[in-house]
Design a protein around this ligand. Structure first.
Ligand code: RP5
Length: 164
């Protein structure tokens, strides 16, 4: 199997219904990825191992989804020089505002590219990771262009009464 270029990590199994949209986006673009549950709080040693080994294992970009006190993207970024994109998971209590602020408000020096809360953020995390890889992969750049063209073509000009 081809080596994974993108690491999709998440704090919990409960994040997967959101993070699978990042995986599906990468799959549609023909980008190899791996998925792991890595909790900053419950499995801190797994997080250290993952973040510290990612670059040497060939990973180029990490997409990290977490909810609530969402330390996973920031702690991952602290332990790897790879680009890290954070996806705030929509939490029950605060609708993901807690996740968003935890991920976005990094101190200067350790960047995390923060995406939208929930599904949109996961999709865009996949697209951003692909865009980074496309800088040095012309075939992927063409696939990304085609993906955008298909999206543009799918938008109707006139609204329809059809609810489906
Ligand atoms: C975070 O806590 C996870 O990223 C998840 O979004 C949230 C809740 O986790 P569970 O209690 O559902 O496992 O670490």
């Amino acid at each position: 199997m081809a080596e994974a270029l993108v690491g999709i990590i998440m704090g919990s199994q409960s994040d997967w219904p959101t993070m699978r949209h990042a995986a599906e986006t990468l799959e549609a673009l023909g980008v190899t990825f791996e998925t792991r549950i890595v909790s900053a709080h419950r499995t801190p040693d797994r997080l250290c191992d993952y973040a510290k080994s990612a670059r040497d294992r060939g990973i180029k970009v990490i997409i990290a989804g977490a909810g609530g006190a969402a330390h996973l993207p920031g702690m991952t970024a602290a332990m790897t020089p790879l680009p890290v994109f954070g996806v705030p998971i929509e939490s029950k209590a605060l609708k993901g505002m807690d996740s968003l602020l935890s991920i976005a408000q990094m101190p200067g020096g350790i960047p995390v590219g923060t995406l939208a809360i929930g599904k949109s953020g996961a999709i865009n995390g996949g697209l951003l990771a692909a865009a980074v890889l496309a800088l040095t992969d012309p075939a992927l750049a063409r696939r990304l262009d085609a993906w955008r063209s298909r999206q543009t073509a799918s938008v109707a000009e006139i609204p329809s009464d059809d609810e489906t």
